[in-house]
Design a binder for this molecule. Structure first.
Ligand code: FES
Ligand SMILES: [Fe+2]
Length: 437
């Protein structure tokens, strides 16, 4: 096997990090099956017995609501002969899990409830009803923050809050914008399978250099539509297109005015909310509810949070001001699933939700050109990296010119397109893989 210590240098990484199946297996084991991975939102499983399948690294897991109202995360495997416990992506398991093969039954927290004719069938064997190997295995650790559920398959390591560090702002920003202080999920997501390595997606999320190149044509088209809608006095629809064009028509030099802030564990924030403080009647109605709830000062603090994207490494990209996130589920060295979710602000008027939905459809859905243009580049990168045309991937832009303090790396003034976030991700990657340099 390749020596992983040779793969990463501070400003570049070898192509095998994206193409070697053995590297992929090792990163599943040392990263995705070790650190805190986003499972889902509690509102996906509101009732007792509700469950949702979730992939953590290579492990098929279940997130389930127990009788005590707690959320449990279990391996989706029957301890008897290994049958998958739930075949559906989500549903309600009723009073207990019941295996479809030989009817072993389990409580929602995974403990054995009943085996058909346990007494007679297992008398005198090594097994009795208290044997731990007769329970469904649980994720080593499960924690939630403001309704967002994470699990770690490792019993050791930092707690969730310590792990999230400053990236916790993603969930605070999203929930604080709700008059009731919390969000609820819109009950299904888009799922996209990309034929490329998971790291290409994560790197692209905070790549401030690419939008003005890749998304320029979409931005221009959206701007034309926006102008036509404005002429027809369709303010709400024009605003939806504005949110797309405002982001996709920013020129390269303007992206340098944005800032990225990279944190320990590979997390990163892209600051800049594109000045989206509209003054239309729907926004003003929402503002009024928020001010009544929080007071003018706190309201200004909440809507003044200036974030475009938060990357929670290694598996989550959050756009908190518009209540959406993408969860990354690696399937193979060149195959990655992304789940694209969006949320409602509890207590906010319906038009504010429609705005989030419009952004979801126009920017993040598989139907939008934005997504398609990114996907094409990911696939083309994967093709190029699989070739013998070169050994290294370069992250050298503005290398050595970022401002670093206590493990936090801020891009300097006018250097928003620095590749600092990719360097930071690969630094965390190398540390996880046991080869910090
Ligand atoms: S495999 Fe589940 S009860 Fe037999
Ligand atoms: Fe993009």
């Amino acid at each position: 096997m390749l020596d992983v210590s040779k793969i990463v240098e501070p400003d570049r990484v070898r192509r095998e990090a994206y193409t070697d199946a053995a590297v992929f297996d090792l990163e599943m084991q040392r990263i995705h099956e070790t650190v805190w991975i986003y499972c889902g939102h509690q509102s996906q499983i509101p009732k007792v017995g509700d469950y949702y399948q979730v992939q953590i690294g290579r492990q098929p897991m279940l997130m389930v609501r127990g009788k005590d109202n707690k959320v449990h995360v279990l391996y989706n495997r029957c301890p008897h002969r290994g049958n998958m416990m739930c075949g559906d992506r989500h549903g309600n398991t009723g009073e207990q899990f019941r295996c479809s093969y030989h009817a072993w039954q389990f409580h929602h927290d995974g403990r054995l409830k009943q085996i058909p004719m346990m007494e007679s069938g297992y008398a005198g064997t090594r097994l009795n009803k208290d044997s731990p190997e007769l329970s469904m295995k649980r994720a080593a650790r499960v924690e939630s923050y403001r309704g967002f559920v994470f699990a770690s398959l490792s019993a050791t390591g930092p707690g969730l809050k310590e792990f999230l560090g400053k990236s916790i702002v993603a969930f605070d920003d999203m929930c604080d914008r709700a008059p009731e202080g919390e969000v609820e999920v819109v009950p299904n997501c888009f799922r996209v399978i990309q034929h490329s390595n998971w790291k290409l997606f994560m790197e692209n999320q905070i790549d401030a250099l690419h939008p003005s190149v890749v998304h320029q044509s979409t931005g221009r088209a959206a701007h034309e539509v926006e102008k036509q809608l404005a002429k027809k006095a369709k303010a709400g629809e024009a605003l939806s297109y504005h949110m797309l064009s405002a982001f996709a028509t920013v020129t390269i030099d303007k992206w340098d005015n944005f800032q990225t802030i990279s944190y320990p564990y590979g997390h990163c924030v892209l600051a800049g909310y594109m000045g989206l403080r509209p003054q239309d009647p729907d926004t003003l109605a929402y503002d009024k509810i928020m001010i009544k709830k929080y007071g003018q000062k706190r309201f200004e603090e909440i809507v003044g949070v200036n974030i475009h994207h938060v990357l929670v490494y290694p598996g989550l990209s959050v756009q908190s001001p518009l209540q959406q996130l993408r969860a990354v589920r690696p399937l193979g060295v060149d195959k990655t699933l992304t789940e694209i979710w969006h949320f409602r602000l509890k207590g906010a008027p319906e038009p504010i939700y429609r705005r989030s939905l419009a952004y979801y459809n126009l920017v993040n859905s598989p139907a939008t050109l934005i997504n398609a243009d990114d996907l094409e580049n990911f696939w083309k990168c994967q093709q190029g990296l699989a070739s013998d045309g070169g050994d290294w991937v370069s992250f050298g832009r503005f290398h050595g010119r970022d401002l670093e303090k206590n493990g936090v790396v801020e891009t300097g003034p006018g250097m928003g397109t620095s590749e600092a976030p990719m360097r930071n991700q690969m630094k965390a990657w190398a540390q996880y893989m046991g080869n910090a340099r």
